[in-house]
Design a protein around this ligand. Structure first.
Ligand code: NDP
Length: 480
């Protein structure tokens, strides 16, 4: 069985402890490879390599840095089939999703920042005839990048690409639950000839490798995507060390549907925003609010489409819903379904683990689940479930919908379906969220700011904001 290796100083290495963890395939429940159980010692050698590489990399002309990133992007495209299959086996997501979304987006991330850095400029502020200020944007140093399991290579590359483009070197940790494509990326970086130490990938547990990165005194900035409680732990370690932090955290996003919407478009998009990637996308609309006059019609149509979704072998083309990423996460989702029942929720579709026969009977599947009758402020409607589970709730007025939408501690994304332009703008203005989609979902322009408010995070990724994060502005004032 394959042993995944750390990628440190341009080499594929065993962890210093020589210990490995089991890597499970979510659709079979079987161990299929081993992950380095790295620790602070591995992080230290990765840091030393990154620190040594920093002077050379940060002084490499941006055109040359761009060439490396564009070459990595090209190689990701070249290895698309292999990467997509690896992502599907490792994460449980349908292969067709990995092929059309995850891996192409990882290639786009490198290409976007490889070309983006060529257009990145800083400001100058003239004080009429007395002085001029110009601002340098300097790469900060060794960046720590920590990513989650739901969109493994997609989110990993979304951090690494702007960091490298900006001239930082990186010590990165993918989720221990889905390490495979990060490992394959290290092979791609070797193939692309990326100089040793520029990118270092250390595999292992969050509380060992992740914390060693966050608490390392030589790593002055941390870009993290993951759960809100992990974000709190990271902030509590990093803040007293005055580290620069970008935290992309959880969500409990509202999907608000008005009677005047384009119904068919709304319905097919709502299927995607509810259940894509088994509902394990931080941007999924897990609380669906429907104007009362179309509630019953929507409910019947939504149930019938959801019942038609095929749950099973992620590799098969006809599969709509693959496996949940891990046994623990499957149990967490099922426990929230039980909680919803005790809170007065009625399960009107799904609600149970799904047994898939044959090779997949040990897999972690859950039927796509719709719950109605929950109060907007009960726990199962306020806490992030992060699975193929949505609640549906009628509303009578825009004010009521907005109040319920804004009622959680989260504020990542909001979705609105209406043909009324004035109402669309009003809601966009009043939703407490970092991202609002009107009559669409997950339509992404990589130049736009990406991130959440409240407990959904601190800071923004995307576009030049990503490059701003990995650079420090320094103002130079010259008197004439
Ligand atoms: P976690 O917070 O559990 O883990 C995220 C990463 O942090 C993993 O690599 C994890 O390692 C690591 N980690 C865990 N504990 C620590 C620690 N103490 N110090 C440093 N690193 C640590 O999130 P999940 O992987 O479970 O991902 C799901 C969450 O991510 C959801 O809440 C989802 O909403 C959020 N998310 C947010 C997005 C956004 O853009 N806002 C996008 C996608 C997901 P390990 O895996 O080994 O535990």
């Amino acid at each position: 069985m394959q042993h995944i290796k750390n990628y440190i100083n341009g080499q594929l290495l065993d962890p210093i402890s020589k210990k490995y963890l089991d890597n499970f395939c979510p659709s079979t429940g079987k161990v299929y490879s081993y992950i380095p159980d790295s620790d602070a010692q591995d992080v230290e050698i990765a840091y030393q390599a990154a620190n040594q590489a920093f002077i050379g990399w940060s002084n490499t002309p941006k055109e040359k840095r761009a060439n490396y990133l564009i070459e990595i992007s090209r190689l990701i495209e070249k290895h698309l089939d292999k990467l997509a299959l690896a992502e599907s086996i490792d994460n449980g997501k349908p292969l067709k999703l990995a092929k059309t979304i995850d891996i192409p987006r990882a290639a786009d991330n490198f290409h976007f920042y490889g070309t983006g850095i060529l257009h990145y400029a800083s400001h100058a502020h003239s004080m009429e005839n007395s002085a001029i200020n110009y601002t340098l944007r300097q790469p900060i140093g060794v960046a720590g990048c920590i990513s989650p399991w739901n969109l493994p290579l997609y989110l990993f590359s979304w951090k690494i690409a702007p960091a490298l483009a900006a001239g930082c070197t990186v010590v990165a940790k993918p989720s221990e639950v889905t390490p495979m494509t990060a490992f394959l990326l290290s092979e791609i970086c070797i193939e692309a000839g990326l100089p040793p130490g520029v990118l270092n990938i250390v595999h292992g547990l969050g509380n060992k490798v992740g914390e060693a990165i966050v608490s390392h005194p030589g790593i002055p900035l941390i870009s993290f995507t993951g759960g809100t409680s992990t974000g709190k732990t990271i902030a509590s370690i990093a803040a007293p060390m005055f580290k620069k932090l970008s935290l992309e955290l959880g969500g409990k996003n509202p999907n608000i549907i008005f009677a005047d919407c384009d119904y068919e478009k709304m319905l097919s998009s709502t299927m995607r925003s509810s259940f894509s990637n088994q509902g394990q996308i931080c941007l999924c609309g897990s609380r669906i609010f429907i104007e009362r006059s179309i509630y019953e019609k929507f409910k019947l149509d939504f149930i019938s489409k959801t019942k038609a979704l095929l749950v099973g072998n992620p590799i098969e083309d006809k599969t709509n819903i693959g496996a949940i990423v891990s046994k623990e996460h499957q149990q967490k989702i099922l426990s929230y379904i039980e909680l919803a029942k005790t809170e007065g929720g009625k399960i009107i579709c799904g609600g149970k683990a799904k047994i898939v026969d044959g090779d997949f009977e040990g897999g972690y599947f859950i039927e796509p689940t719709i719950i109605e009758g929950l109060k907007y402020n009960c726990r199962s409607n306020q806490e992030e479930i992060f699975g193929p589970v949505v609640s549906i709730t009628p509303f009578d007025s825009e004010e009521e919908a907005l109040m319920m939408a804004n009622s959680t501690i989260y504020g990542l994304a909001g979705i609105v379906w209406t043909e009324n332009l004035t109402r669309a703008h009003r809601l966009a203005n009043n939703l407490k969220a970092g991202i609002v989609w009107i009559n669409c979902w997950l339509l992404r322009d990589l130049r736009t700011p990406f991130g959440g408010v409240k407990a959904s995070g601190v800071g923004r990724e995307g576009g030049f904001e990503g490059l701003d994060f990995f650079t420090e502005p320094k103002n130079v004032c010259i008197k004439f």
